[in-house]
Design a protein around this ligand. Structure first.
Ligand SMILES: NC(=O)c1ccc[n+]([C@@H]2O[C@H](COP(=O)([O-])OP(=O)(O)OC[C@H]3O[C@@H](n4cnc5c(N)ncnc54)[C@H](OP(=O)(O)O)[C@@H]3O)[C@@H](O)[C@H]2O)c1
Length: 215
């Protein structure tokens, strides 16, 4: 059965998944890039951007797991870009250039739908205004038996968590404090929703934990 999986979602020691005031210069909000330092160093990240090299080992193993057996992605509109409200035009096509690192259909939750965009390398961005269940249904169909990866951002993951729809969530806790921003788990009773910590391992760059929902 298709699972809904979160991978490589980086949070600060104080629980923020993004800094405040996201804009073009700060895709992860102010200070947010520090969350991903463990990930930028990995071979998986370098490969995603067509480069050789990068570190192997535990951080890279976790990063690579996030791309195994994934047939579709779901993102929130703010992870897709910094534009809010009505789209001024169809120019914005994500942060990732002509060949985004998804290579599958990607379903973007929004209240402001626009036509789908086919990118190089097999990524197709679809804009879904029917809510979380509609996006999950479409992504599950598109994944054709493989799993669906929930990329983020924070508001999007929180909705699927609160509905107990996330089957597995890998968090990388980075050794930084953000002080403010978007808190991932605040106010969510993960225990009551059936989540348990099923893996944890610390490296020099991050502490990796996996939360799994019992069925
Ligand atoms: N730490 C990490 O590993 C990581 C990973 C990914 C992203 N991020 C960061 O997280 C931040 C974005 O997170 P976020 O919480 O601001 O936003 P988000 O979850 O990416 O997107 C939220 C927006 O998506 C649309 N949306 C969400 N749920 C919807 C629903 N049920 N129905 C219709 N539309 C819906 C709404 O946009 P509209 O109403 O405007 O259409 C909403 O404002 C960015 O800074 C990003 O870089 C961090």
């Amino acid at each position: 059965m298709t699972k809904l999986r979160v991978h490589s979602f980086s949070i600060s020691l104080d629980g923020f998944g993004a800094g405040p005031n996201q804009d073009l210069a700060n895709p992860l909000g102010v200070g947010g890039l520090a969350l991903h330092q463990w990930f930028f160093a990995t071979r998986t990240f370098q490969k995603m951007h067509g480069r050789d090299g990068g570190a192997t080992g535990i951080d890279d193993d976790f990063a690579a797991r996030g791309f195994a057996d994934i047939g579709a992605w779901i993102l929130g509109r703010n992870m897709f870009g910094p534009i809010r409200g009505t789209w001024p035009d169809d120019t914005w096509k994500g942060w990732w250039g002509d060949n985004p690192p998804y290579h599958t259909p990607v379903f973007i939750l929004t209240n402001h739908p626009r036509p789908s965009i086919a990118m190089d390398g097999g990524t197709v961005f679809h804009f879904v205004d029917g809510g979380t269940n509609a996006a999950l249904t479409r992504a599950t169909e598109a994944a054709m038996g493989r799993d669906v990866r929930l990329g983020g951002g924070v508001a999007t993951i929180r909705q699927y968590l609160q509905a107990a729809l996330v089957d597995e969530m890998h968090l990388a806790i980075s050794p930084v404090l953000l002080g403010s921003g978007e808190h991932l788990l605040g106010g969510i009773d993960t225990l009551k929703l059936g989540y348990r910590c099923t893996e944890h391992v610390a490296t020099a760059n991050a502490t990796h934990v996996v939360l799994t929902r019992s069925s």
